[in-house]
Design a protein around this ligand. Structure first.
Ligand code: PEP
Length: 249
């Protein structure tokens, strides 16, 4: 049975002391029926880790370089994240693709390296508004999935979570309808089956992300191919995040 995973992407929010306080509040969420992950900024990781100690909350980061160390100013390695207590890393978020020159090639390199080091990868894919209007959503998603997962084995897929995040729904308040989200998540599962096999497709967690909130999470999470959420804005408010976690079964 594949896991339902609710992950909070804190983006560039919260100083270390603020992160410790928020993580401590989130650690109070009890009886979650799903896996819960928080992904604070790099400098917050140690503080957040300490705050969630003794809880079931997992720690993740928001990016990771493919080299182990070296002259890569501003980057961070998988080893560094693991030592800071991370189990997960988000790779290929649309903000990285949009603002920081991330390509399918670099997303693939980061993913391969993170998996090789033992991190679980939350791999983000999604179409822009123009691509949806042009009717090429599936083409875009298929290209991303194929290139981003290049060289990744069926065995490695046990540590890959796919987050379907339509770019037009991220941080905009525009949420994909449950039918739109389900359609693309189902399409992604079909692609995984084509690229790997039926078992891998059945076992892969596919999240939806894009303005998921307490008032829309239940209907999205009830869809058969949506196995959780990658949450931005609502992950910064404990009550909202807790409500989404409660809907994640
Ligand atoms: C995200 O950043 O991954 C995201 C889904 O953001 P938001 O929930 O704010 O749309």
């Amino acid at each position: 049975m594949r896991k339902t995973i609710i992950a909070g992407n804190w983006k560039m929010n919260k100083t270390p002391s603020e992160a410790a306080a928020l993580a401590a509040e989130i650690a109070q969420i009890k009886d979650a029926a799903c896996e819960v992950v928080i992904c604070p900024p790099f400098v917050d990781l140690f503080f957040a880790k300490k705050a969630i100690e003794g809880s079931n909350i997992k720690l993740g980061a928001q990016n990771c370089h493919w080299e182990t160390s070296g002259a890569f100013t501003g980057e961070i390695s998988a080893d560094m994240l693991i030592e800071a207590g991370c189990e997960y890393v988000i790779i290929g978020h649309s903000e990285r693709r949009q603002y920081f020159g991330e390509t399918d090639e670099t997303v693939n390199k980061r993913t391969v390296a993170a998996l090789a080091k033992g991190l679980k990868v939350i791999l983000c894919v999604g179409e822009t508004r123009d691509e949806r209007v042009d009717g090429i959503t599936e083409e875009v998603i298929a290209r991303q999935i194929k290139l981003d997962l290049k060289g990744i084995s069926a065995e490695d897929m046990a540590n890959v979570v796919i987050a379907y995040e339509p770019v037009w729904a991220i941080g905009t308040g525009l949420v994909a309808t449950k039918e739109q989200a389900e359609e693309v998540c189902g399409f992604i599962r079909g692609l995984i089956k084509e690229l790997y096999n039926a078992e891998v497709a059945e076992e892969t967690t596919i999240q939806y992300g894009g303005s998921m909130k307490p008032d829309n999470c239940a209907e999205l999470l009830a869809m058969p191919n949506i196995d959780g959420g990658l949450i931005g804005g609502a992950a910064l408010k404990t009550a909202d995040f807790a409500a989404i976690v409660a809907a994640g079964k």
